[in-house]
Ligand binder design. Structure first.
Ligand code: NAD
Length: 174
């Protein structure tokens, strides 16, 4: 029987428990999930501190750690400077998919206009579980660890991610 495949696109800066919740919800509805790492070309900025490769590590290790036993594909997707062709660009890089899951209005709009089924996953405490909040806490030495899967804590420690963000803050101020 044909597998039903769902696509979730995000920047995952970093991958947090809200994202993990969404992945688990999506996997209740589809056989396989494609996780597209958006803005894959970006790293080492305050908004996008982590490379695509680092984000792949965070996601793959979190899914293994949480016992996800369905097939997942993690695909880096660099941005293109033209929203009108972005959906074709995404399709050229990913396995075929039947449905896109996103809470991002632009992402939803572009896929809908391209005739793709779009679903909005439920939110999981969006104020707390947000990349912006986690990066803020890293800079102010507050508890960010409880907002991300344990595997993400390990990856960020391995790459010295918190000091990277703090260094970026210094250079941005100069
Ligand atoms: P994100 O990491 O902020 O979020 C990823 C997904 O998780 C979103 O659907 C969001 O709604 C959901 N989410 C986040 N926190 C959640 C929570 N607490 N509970 C439940 N769900 C939660 O990423 P994003 O900003 O949506 O990423 C979109 C990507 O698509 C960006 O990289 C953007 O550059 C890219 N994009 C590129 C183009 C182009 O290149 N022209 C056009 C459109 C979008």
């Amino acid at each position: 029987m044909k597998k039903r495949r769902g696509l979730l696109i995000g920047r995952f800066q970093p991958f947090h428990k809200g994202h993990l919740f969404v992945v688990e919800k999506i996997l209740e509805e589809v056989d396989e999930i494609i996780i597209g790492i958006g803005s894959a070309q970006k790293s080492h900025t305050l908004e996008n501190p982590f490379t695509a490769g680092e984000r792949i590590m965070m996601i793959a290790k979190s899914l293994f750690e949480n016992g996800i036993n369905k097939t997942f594909y993690i695909i880096p997707i660099p941005d293109v400077n033209n929203n009108a062709i972005w959906v074709s660009h995404v399709k050229s890089l990913t396995p075929p998919f039947d449905v896109v899951y996103s809470g991002n209005p632009l992402v939803k709009r572009l896929f809908k206009e391209a005739g793709v089924e779009v679903k909005t996953p439920p939110l999981y405490n969006r104020k707390l579980y947000s990349g912006t909040e986690i990066r803020r806490r890293m800079i102010t030495n507050d508890d960010w660890q409880s907002l991300v899967p344990k595997a993400v804590v390990s990856v960020i420690e391995e790459i010295d991610g918190v000091n990277r963000l703090k260094d970026l803050l210094k250079s941005d101020k100069i």
